[in-house]
Design a protein around this ligand. Structure first.
Ligand SMILES: [Zn+2]
Length: 254
């Protein structure tokens, strides 16, 4: 995939990085990324993915911009209150980088339609705020063997992980959260959340999408980053693969 003169200039600070280069930038241009949720995580992530020159972005969100979103969802402005989030996000993407093809899916993703939505994408970024959607996305991404970048924030805590659970030594999302949804807990739909922290985790999610497409440095799949904004502490854990995992364990037909 060739880069135009305009793109060579736009992405010069990527291309000059030895670990990215013109080849890495071309991989970003060739990539199709599915972003589920244009909220606290999705809003900053979409901006960085657009700026980074991801060739095609699909944005899934059925919500409308609410005044109470503006404290953290910096993709949206006061004038956008009441407008559809996915359409508004797509307009911002076009303004940031006209080289990005944006597709809007103005709906809430369900377990039934997740596989069809994920098909054809190279990476899925899940920034949704409800657990049933997260599981549906994780299961469909695992079945399709599409890397999943998952990020969540609540109050002063954030978490980030990349999952390729079909690989023999890598955990899937269900290895991480287990069978009990109560263990997940993290959701910003009703809890308080420090707005700037969603920016941190959303930006890191974009970074992980870029790493998944044009690998640089260490492979982060199977690691879990935990951010504690109260203590200003970042910790990285190695997540084990659960041999009894209902999604990717030895008992499943994969
Ligand atoms: Zn698993």
């Amino acid at each position: 995939m060739r880069l135009s003169d305009e793109e060579l200039e736009r992405y010069a600070r990527h291309i000059i990085l030895r670990e990215v280069g013109g080849a890495g930038q071309a991989r970003l241009k060739a990539a199709r990324v599915l972003v589920i949720g244009a909220g606290g995580i999705g809003a900053p992530a979409i901006q960085y993915l657009a700026a980074a020159g991801i060739g095609a972005l699909t944005i899934v969100d059925d919500d409308h911009v609410d005044r109470s979103n503006l404290q953290r969802q910096i993709l949206f402005a006061t004038a956008d209150i009441g407008a559809g989030k996915a359409e508004t996000a797509a307009a911002r993407v076009a303004a940031i980088n006209p080289n990005v093809a944006v597709r809007v899916e103005n709906r809430r993703l369900s377990a039934a339609d997740a596989p069809a939505l994920i098909a054809g994408h190279d990476v899925v970024l899940d920034g949704t705020d409800n657990f049933s959607t997260r599981l549906a996305v994780a299961d469909a991404a695992l079945a399709a063997r599409v890397p999943l970048v998952s990020s969540a924030v609540a109050e002063f805590e954030g978490q980030l992980g990349t999952f390729r659970g079909w690989e023999p030594d890598k955990p899937c999302y269900r290895c991480f959260v287990g069978r009990d949804p109560e263990r997940e807990g993290i959701s910003c739909s009703e809890q308080g959340v420090l707005g700037a922290l969603t920016g941190v985790l959303g930006s890191l999610a974009a970074l992980e999408v870029i790493r998944a497409l044009a690998p640089f440095g260490d492979d982060s799949a199977g690691k879990l980053l935990l951010v504690d904004a109260l203590a200003l502490r970042f910790r990285t854990l190695q997540l084990p693969k659960d041999p009894g995992c209902p999604a990717c364990g030895a008992g499943t037909l994969r």
